[in-house]
Design a protein around this ligand. Sequence first.
Ligand code: B12
Length: 450
Amino acid sequence: MRLGLIAMSGVRAHNPELTRLGLTLPGFVERNRVIASLPSLGLLTLAGLTPREVEVEYLEVRELGEYQDIHGFDVVAISSFTAQIKEAYALADRLRAQGTRVILGGLHVTALPEEAATHADSIVIGEGEPAWPILMRDLASGRLKPRYDSRSVPFNLGLAPMPRFELLEPDRYNRLTVQTQRGCPFNCEFCAASIRLSPTYRFKPVEKVVAEVRRIKEIWPKPFIEFADDNTFANRRHGKRLMRALAGQSVRWFTETDVSVARDPELLSLMRDAGCAQVLIGLESPQAEGLHGLETRSDWKERQRDFYLEAVRRIQDHGISVNGCFVLGLDGTGLESFDAVRTFVRDSGLHEVQITIMTPFPGTPLYQRLTREGRLLREDASELCTLFDVNFVPQRMTVRELEENFVALARDLYSDAETRRRRRAFFRQLRGAVRSERSQGRAEDEKQMG
Ligand code: B12
């Protein structure tokens, strides 16, 4: 049997002005080029659970035009994010018309299984690992079921297979992903990441993470790794064990976490020593009005706001740059929010910044609330789930104001001059931190020498 694993790759923006901007602004172009080359870890993971007698090929589909070239598979498995789901369905329909069986799974399929089922021979709802071996067995015996649902039991990451990185063309990738944990102890209203597959927060045993890093290094001797986590250091003890284990691996890496890492200087030092280049933190908004109610369990995000500036300083003082992410169009915020972000970015010395538009992804509490409030512009607008397009009526500005001000903010923040200014400020901060560490060290030496 020949199985094709098809990743719908690349980054997307629908808004023509932003797409144009994305092609010209240095800060934006650079980041997009770098991240767009990541492969699908979900599919490589399923490959790791596929019986060895099945011949497996991994393909990236970037453009609709390439669809013609997909031939010769008995079955294909396609991964799904919301933004590209219409392309994925078009591909699935075409392949099925050719006689190839199609299996769909991933975040969007989990959010809207009924819709997905009309384009597939079989769908997987929730995490892939529990369902895949059963599905493969049923497929081999001619008894493929139309749906497999793994939501009842969270997958034990202690049983995680080794992703089959060797299926990738080595020259095509410069960054690889490794997942160290799944879920998140927080529950942000807009979150459309792994808590929507299974809400339980779990982590992968450190030894397994290190084994994945080692496997990657056998293929790419100097890889840059992105942890495909939602919040790597939500469990401090696990985070520290992971850092101690990674310290000997000589890899540089990037991950997503929250501001609480800045309250733990030991953790920050361990992260630096383990090769952390950058952390991406969802600051979401510099305004209390924007943060209020975002985290639905205990309003955790709002309670961190007064610590934001200090947190960025402490993390960057450790030589780890912060990519601060802000969401525009949040309820409670109006036109003042654009300047609030500009001011915060300057005052904090953030090395990198990412701005996105509040996005109601299907399957999220935000989507349900905006539907209830009659504030969705279009219900069937998955192509607008790019994080750069508006598909809702904002509370304190018009759609047009949100779009125009967002573009103006992107133009400012990602301009050549502003990108260079941030970079210079970060290196200045680093030099200052090294000087003060040295002088502290000297003071301690002098104290010890009496
Ligand atoms: C790495 C990453 C990327 C890579 C993806 C590479 C790739 N081809 O997969 C790149 C940089 C290309 C990317 C692009 C985009 N991304 Co992105 N990305 C991530 C990130 C950081 C990690 C995803 C990951 O690897 N998870 C780990 C794997 C193991 O999980 P998984 O893919 O969900 O797979 C599991 C299951 O879903 C299932 N499964 C998945 N596929 C399949 C298929 C079958 C057949 C089966 C049976 C099962 C199955 O099994 C797997 C194991 O359990 C997440 C944020 C996060 N922290 O999770 C955002 C995230 C997935 N991205 C997001 C978004 C919005 C985008 C973009 C639209 C951004 C943009 N404007 O361009 C694009 C969309 C690209 C596209 N073509 O559609 C959203 C998606 C929300 C959603 N519900 O759709 C997330 C959650 C971030 C967020 N801000 O909310 N992204």
